[in-house]
Write a protein that binds this ligand. Sequence first.
Ligand code: ZN
Length: 565
Amino acid sequence: MAQAVKRLFPNAKLAIGPAIDEGFYYDFDVEKPFTDEDKLKIEEEMKKIIKEDLSIERFELPREEAIKLMEDKKENYKVELINDLPKDAVISFYKQGDFTDLCAGPHLPSTGKVKAIKILSSSGAYWRGNEKNKMLQRIYAISFPKAGQLEEYIQLIEEAKKRDHRKLGKELDLFCFSDYVGSGLPLYTPKGTILKDELQKEVEKICRKYGFQKVSCPSLANISLFETSGHAQKFNDELFRVASPKGHEFVLKPVQCPHHTQIYASKMRSYKDLPIRYMESDKQYRAELQGSVGGLSRVYAITVEDGHSFCRVDQVKDEVINMCNIIKDLYSKMGLWENHWVSLSVRDYGHPEKYIGTKEDWDLCEKMLQEVSDELNLDAKKCEGEAALYGPKLDFMFKDALGREVQIPTVQVDFSTPKRFGLFYIDENGEKQYPVMVHRAILGSYERFIALMLEQFNGVFPTWLSPVQVKILPIADSHIEYANQVKEELQNAGIRVEVDDRQEKIGYKIREAQLQKIPYMLVVGDKEKEANLVGVRSRKDGDIGAQKIEDFISKIKDEIENYVR
Ligand code: ZN
């Protein structure tokens, strides 16, 4: 791409051009932004370069010669980059035809190996991301080794646009935003709230089986709480600070862990009391960069389903196993379990100074997590440098509709926080001991999880999660009374149901309920009213015929209780 740009715009200066998760970009210093027409021309030129099948050759130069080469080509950004390289760095270049670029490599053997390219977009970008520097023009593009892969990619993007959770959330009336309230602050509608509450009930039901107890803490705290935990330093410019004219000074909690430590600290604890497990679904607040918020995936107020276990060292492994089992249980119910891999996120062994805690604690924790992975067949992949500040973790990675990875559930072992807060228990010899804290998030945040589910299922939730499970559709006004009778029976059975009593044609009502992805529609007319029946339509199979009301109720209840998808 850089070669194509240089051929078409010889005065363009080259800045940086890295590969990214989705393709690559290159920043150019040019007189004016690239137009759509420019981009088409660049794409054509790139295709020509591919046809020319230029061989790509690597060569290395000593620093002085490297700088001279770039100075001769008037590439001042490259000169700056070379000057910033460490003294002992190998300075390599790649040459294809008349084009040479500074690059660490590696590269393909020749340009002909590329079989498909597409320019995706362009935008302004500051040199080195600093707004005090010059604004450059960035072009994003992608390439593939097979032509068919580009077609697939374009299809995937189109499909992802249709499945965008922001679009689906609006269509299904789940959440909204208001300029009065402020961006990055989602409002859940009645239907969205049902969805969120159902998820919460389900997680809590599973966690209660594993001994978790619910607690409830305020959103505010003295800054000293987070200074002690280390979060004030870590989140620093992401903290919301709250002051009142009466002199109060608080911060909005960026995490819930420190509050939970204080419930633990409220009583004397014996070794026999452990493990003590708390859970809470509550809002936490982080001041993300303005402009980076959007939809549900990036918000200022996230609802986190958080939990902590305070336990003895000899209990840590079982605690981690329990938490992994909770995750497996819930994600299997959701039909998401097949779609994941696990990262055993360990420290960066070259930089122990980046972490809190002793080497012995870390070694022990990492070993324990490896054992858990082996015993549960998690097949966790060791990822160096991905650990939390206070300990290693198991991160469960899922794929969104675009195939991008998102980390949602996590289990983290933490020897450090209890020490920072001076938490203790009395062991069997009457001595004070520090407990270990195991953090776990099952849904991550409700916002992220709902966004993932919406996109994954294209808005089609299993019946147990659907905000409206049944829509009753009277054919004419004379059937409304009967429809309301049926509604009452269903409601009494604990089913979420609505009647569409508008004066619309039945075909229209069916279409609309279908678009709302409601699992069941019950059509009621003269025939059904007389025989005490309902005409059942499912969103999956269409018309499945008339049924007795009690038969329909027992069938749908069975479906709900068994989490049928
Ligand atoms: Zn925590």
